[in-house]
Ligand binder design. Structure first.
Ligand code: ZN
Ligand code: ZN
Length: 316
């Protein structure tokens, strides 16, 4: 099959590789895969990954172990963490914190920038007809946004700021808007803020003295300076949600966190079922976020564009 392959220290390349095969896992033909900030970070050395990246996808199950044969032919999306099945975290159903976990396209498991990938059936979710491929490929990042609801209460009166006007910012903003109408997207890209406004979201460029009023501030910049921006917006005793994973360190002055008694919350992967429901109910609009759908052959221009565009999808 054809796949994009990263090897440490080398640029990503389109290669002919054997079909992936893993005991107990289903083989899935990839229909569409999304490029996200984490993939761009992986190309910079984040997670020291080598192999086939890509963890946002929709596909069709081609073959499965006998006990999972009912999945064959189903259109699916997949949770990306694969637990060891033996540790306390796995026993508690929290495979995203299993110390021996593999993560699709990020850690010890081949990803979705290929014609096929494998996943255990337990990771799969059938996609309802109301969610087409171009929407289904967004389930993983929408689920990550839904994780916020598991971590804190978002009240109808909550004032929320999103720091970052990129693809993740515009998804997170739409997800939290299902809980409160008071959502403002802060960003520096006029074209992306314009997309936010077409989605009905309030936008702002830079924080001013009046800005330090938000109960919850969510950093989705994917950049080291995002946390500093978030701390400029949060009210005393408010909460900053950290959604940016990047290669390197964030330089921040820590004293304002202490003086203002700010709660910092790290936030990663989230539940797929509510994400699929939000997409099926059209509460989240993804079409305005799609900048381009490219074949694997165009990976160089697709990844270059993904650095400044909204969502780039790959269709193998
Ligand atoms: Zn991602
Ligand atoms: Zn485990």
């Amino acid at each position: 099959m054809r796949a994009l392959v990263v090897r440490s220290g080398q640029p990503m390349a389109l290669e002919d590789v054997p079909l992936p095969q893993r005991d107990g896992e289903c083989l899935i033909r990839v229909k569409m895969a999304g490029i996200c900030g984490t993939d761009l970070q992986i190309l910079q050395g984040y997670a020291e990954f080598s192999g086939i990246p890509g963890h946002e996808f929709v596909g069709v199950v081609e073959s499965a172990p006998a006990k999972d044969a009912h999945w064959i032919g189903k259109r699916v999306v997949g949770e990306i963490n694969i637990g060891c099945g033996a540790c306390e975290w796995c026993a508690a159903g929290v495979k995203e914190h299993c110390i021996d976990r593999a993560v699709v396209g990020i850690r010890h498991h081949e990803g979705a920038f290929a014609e096929f990938l494998t996943l255990p059936a337990v990771n799969l979710h059938a996609v309802p007809d109301a969610v087409d491929d171009e929407a289904a490929v967004f389930v993983e990042p929408v689920a990550a946004a839904c994780r916020i609801f598991e971590q804190m209460e978002v009240a109808r009166s909550s004032q929320i700021a999103i720091v970052g006007d990129g693809r993740m910012g515009l998804l997170v903003a739409q997800v939290v808007r299902t809980a409160t109408q008071n959502v403002t997207v802060f960003g520096r890209h006029n074209s992306k803020l314009a997309v936010a406004r077409t989605l009905g979201l309030a936008t702002a460029n830079t924080p001013d003295r009046e800005s330090r009023r938000f109960d919850i501030v969510i950093d989705v910049t994917g950049r080291p300076e995002g946390l500093t921006r978030a701390l400029e917006l949060v009210r005393p005793r408010g909460t900053v949600v950290m959604k940016s994973t990047f290669h390197g360190e964030a330089p921040i002055a820590s004293w304002p966190i202490v003086v203002d008694e700010v709660t910092l919350v790290g936030s990663r992967c989230g539940p797929f079922a509510p994400a699929l429901e939000l997409l099926a109910s059209r509460a989240i609009h993804v079409k305005p976020l799609i900048s381009r759908i490219a074949p694997l052959e165009d990976h160089e221009s697709a990844f270059a564009e993904a650095r400044h565009a909204l969502k780039i999808l790959l269709a193998p």
